[in-house]
Design a protein around this ligand. Structure first.
Ligand SMILES: Cc1cc2nc3c(=O)[nH]c(=O)nc-3n(C[C@H](O)[C@H](O)[C@H](O)COP(=O)(O)OP(=O)(O)OC[C@H]3O[C@@H](n4cnc5c(N)ncnc54)[C@H](O)[C@@H]3O)c2cc1C
Length: 487
């Protein structure tokens, strides 16, 4: 049956849902408040430099392939993927780093150099991670999070112990070298939680990292957004930008449409890809499913302080993705999750897309993106941003042994206040709701409203969770639920 579907937002999840819903013959319109599509994955262009302002790591290529295959397409019809080698580099001290290359065999050599006997342990660990990947990413994450029974299968029953141990414990059982431990605990940061708070079953992220590798779409992650926008338009989706949704209209407990820039627009179904908490504020209180207390108690994935910089020279001793783990992660993690405050000595991440992709910077120059993960809801001022800029620049110059500060042509920053102002993000979170044991699958905010008929949600605060691949899956899951809905 063809229905009129209004979608709020144009991030990965909303675009994915729009494609599936249009393919099923619905009349789909996207309303995006910002001037361009993409949500957290938008791009910044300045003085010949191009920066992805959000995601930069393209992991789990199979999920993207599966998405495009649902429409008889392949990612290569829309964008070119480059497998990064090395995948990334991790600094532990001055001129002291480990490089993670593009195959498990090469990574085993790097591990063996650090800790004798570790390569055999790594192979065993990654084999288990691969088996978890096959169960989780090829099957479980494609279930809609309606009932706990979705997770109960003969294979998951064999793995039940892994839901009650943590990544942190499992890694430490096998490895003693602190640097290798830090590298193996890094992938779960994408799930928004600490390794000590993430079930061991989530080691599938380690398979994504070491088994499948890290990719860069030519011209940046935004190429994937543009690909999905093209696909959506090919399927007949109408995309409207500069459309701020102010209210969701409800009558007799059923969604009737939305109010956009003051105008009432009728819809049979309303689907929101905007942050869940914000979407509920577009409803009368009696139609909201989750109270402010509910959100207060949830573990949110971090916010971030980001800098986008144009350098007038090539930067040495860095890779496309470079992590700076030269300070104690536990102390930084405490300031994110336990006692929210600005970290005294932050870990940070830097990306230099122009190392791989000449479209990111003018010739002979470098585009740099720096990210410090932070607790959501922190006070965000220009002075604090500047203080942290100085901190990481001093560290960066010392660790990579070069001067770069004097080569900065410009810098732009993005932090808590921007996440709130630009995306209506709860407390300025960057990556949504963390994936912990108690915030997994059916324990996450639901894709379908329990209170308002015809109202649905998608995105990184809902099922299955944060990250670009899960957002694509979230769009598919919600579209399937909408297709089942009889109106
Ligand atoms: C800095 C950063 C780095 C990241 N790095 C990675 C990475 O390397 N790899 C990875 O896989 N993932 C990464 N992520 C996570 C990934 O980007 C997100 O999980 C994903 O983009 C979220 O998509 P979404 O559809 O849930 O929401 P969003 O992208 O947030 O889309 C929501 C949209 O709704 C719009 N909206 C909000 N309110 C309204 C309203 N009232 N009316 C109309 N429109 C509205 C917003 O403007 C926005 O466009 C990163 C995220 C950030 C922020």
């Amino acid at each position: 049956m063809s229905r009129n579907i209004a979608i709020i937002g144009s991030g990965f999840s909303a675009l994915a849902a729009a494609c599936y819903l249009a393919k099923a013959n619905n009349k789909v319109t996207i309303f995006e408040k910002n001037e361009c599509v993409g949500g957290r994955a938008r791009q910044l262009k300045k003085e010949g430099f191009t920066f992805d302002i959000g995601p930069t790591w393209y992991w789990m290529p199979d999920v993207f392939e599966r998405f495009f295959a649902d429409f008889g397409k392949h990612p290569s019809q829309y964008y070119k993927l480059i497998k990064l080698n090395p995948a990334y580099q991790v600094y532990f001290g001055e001129n002291d780093s480990i490089t993670i290359e593009d195959t498990l065999e090469k990574i085993c050599i790097a591990f063996e150099n650090e800790e004798k006997g570790s390569s055999a342990k790594l192979k065993k660990f990654i084999a288990k991670a691969q088996s978890n990947y096959d169960i989780a990413i090829k099957d479980l994450v494609y279930r809609p999070g309606i009932s706990p029974l979705e997770l109960v299968t003969p294979v998951t029953m064999q793995k039940i112990g892994q839901f009650f141990s943590t990544i942190s414990k499992d890694v430490r059982k096998e490895f003693t070298n602190v640097r290798l431990i830090a590298i193996l605990e890094f992938p779960v940061l994408f799930l928004g939680a600490k390794a000590s708070n993430t079930p061991a079953f989530y080691s599938f992220m380690n398979y994504a990292d070491f088994g499948l590798g890290t990719f860069h779409p030519k011209d940046g992650m935004y190429s994937v957004i543009l690909a999905m926008k093209s696909l959506a338009e090919e399927l007949g989706v109408t995309i409207k930008t500069n459309q701020n949704v102010e209210k969701i209209l409800v009558e007799d407990k059923a969604a009737q449409g939305i109010v956009v820039n003051g105008e009432k627009i009728h819809a049979d179904i309303v689907l929101s890809g905007a942050d869940y908490h914000h979407t509920e504020t577009l409803l009368e209180e009696s139609n909201r499913q989750y109270s402010e207390k509910y959100w207060e108690k949830k573990i949110f994935a971090p916010s971030s302080l980001l800098f986008y910089m144009g350098f007038d020279k090539k930067i040495r001793n860095i890779e496309h993705h470079t992590l700076f783990f030269d300070v104690d992660f536990e102390t930084h993690a405490k300031s994110i999750y336990d006692t929210p405050e600005w970290p005294s000595d932050p870990l940070f991440y830097a990306s230099f897309p122009s190392k791989t992709d000449s479209s990111a910077a003018p010739q002979g120059m470098e585009a740099g993106i720096f990210l410090i993960p932070l607790a959501p809801g922190l006070t965000d001022t220009t002075e604090i941003r500047e203080e942290y800029f100085e901190k990481i620049m001093i560290r960066f110059e010392k660790l990579t042994q070069q001067e770069v500060k004097k080569n900065i042509i410009f810098k732009e920053s993005f932090c808590v206040n921007d996440f709130i102002e630009q995306y209506n993000s709860y407390k300025g979170n960057a990556y949504g709701l963390a994936n912990t044991l108690l915030q997994t699958a059916f324990l996450r905010p639901k894709l379908k409203s329990k209170k308002v008929k015809g109202l649905f949600f998608t995105g990184q605060l809902s099922v299955p969770g944060p990250g670009v691949p899960p957002s694509l899956i979230s769009g598919k899951l919600v579209a399937q639920l909408i297709e089942k809905e009889k109106l």
